[in-house]
Design a protein around this ligand. Sequence first.
Ligand code: HEM
Length: 375
Amino acid sequence: RENGVTRQENGAYLVGTYHEIAALLHDPRISSDYRNRTDPDEAMLRRSERPPAFIGLDDPEHDRLRRIAMRPFGPPHSPGRIDELHGDITRIAEELIDAFRGADRIDIVDEFAYPLPVTVICRLLGVPHEDVPRIRAWTNAIIDSFDFTPGADQKERQQAGLDARDAMAQYLGELAGGRRGHPSDDMLSALVNDAGPEGRLTDVELMATATLLLIAGHETTVNLITNGVLTLLRHPDAHKRLRDEPGLMPKAVEELLRFEPPVHMLPQRTPLADIEVAGVTVPKGAPLILMLASGNRDPLRFDDPDRFDPEREDNQHFGFGSGIHNCFGAPLARLETQLALGALLPYLDDFHLVDDPPPYRRSPLLRGPRHLLIA
Ligand code: HEM
């Protein structure tokens, strides 16, 4: 390890310090396209060739597809239609809480943190709610296939992930195809019917984009809400502080994104030329892994970084990434998490964690509990 850069035995370079990560996220010599790897992993390469969604592309293709996908959300950097969702999200949160009111044991993941964002993104996209069980099975297979730990079932998991991605893309392609010429008031209709200055999506681009929006649009928010409940039950002072002063919730959610970020690392960056990172030369084509969660705890950037402080000022964390690929769902994710935790907080007073730590999901990229039992 040298100045925050670690070279692993397998040739990957891990970067875990704040300033280096920030510089790399804004460096045009760093590609998000896995196909630029000199020595790519077979399964990852197949995943990237199916075709990549814009999260795995570089500009100018990335920029064109991101602009098209953002159009239904309103102009760049404006929450647009997200604001209209305020009432809907509150209602969904209250219905979910009503369903478990009086229970003496609750699984926060299954009964609250999962159904809330998946319901919201399905409504936004125009995906029928009765298909959620299928969507959950596909998403789980895709996320589990991102576990790189070698094991007897690694190849099977990778294949299951590819199959699930194909099945989901096919399903969304057919759903969107049905809206062509028959639009409803949803994002899939807008994606197939509305042409803007960047033109329209091809069928293949549409499938990749819709799959990205559906997965990115709920999977990470599930983990942020769950990590929020876990963190507040572990920090009774912060819990009480938020109960007394609900106006602190937006700041507390930013602190959660720093302290327990759902996206722990970005594993897919590749330098397009030899680059210097804190005195270490990372060769062109080498795997470059940006450890966002570690940057979020860098003591050179954040005072007392291991302390959860819901009133922290100047909290420019990497919870939503940074640079051209920064999360465009951030306004929605913030709103959902603020409203979800705000509705749940009064209810949590008499509860404690059944297991601490709880069982975690398999993926090292997306960190969040598989179940969070409270009693
Ligand atoms: C990108 C985190 C919610 C859609 C990203 C990135 C991060 C992230 C770290 C950067 C990826 C990279 O640089 O390679 C999160 C977290 C969320 C969340 C922690 C919830 C708490 C959402 C939601 C949506 C969404 C609700 C959609 C409605 C996207 C998309 C990208 C992205 C499309 C790719 C952007 C691009 O490549 O230009 N997200 N996200 N995310 N996110 Fe989110």
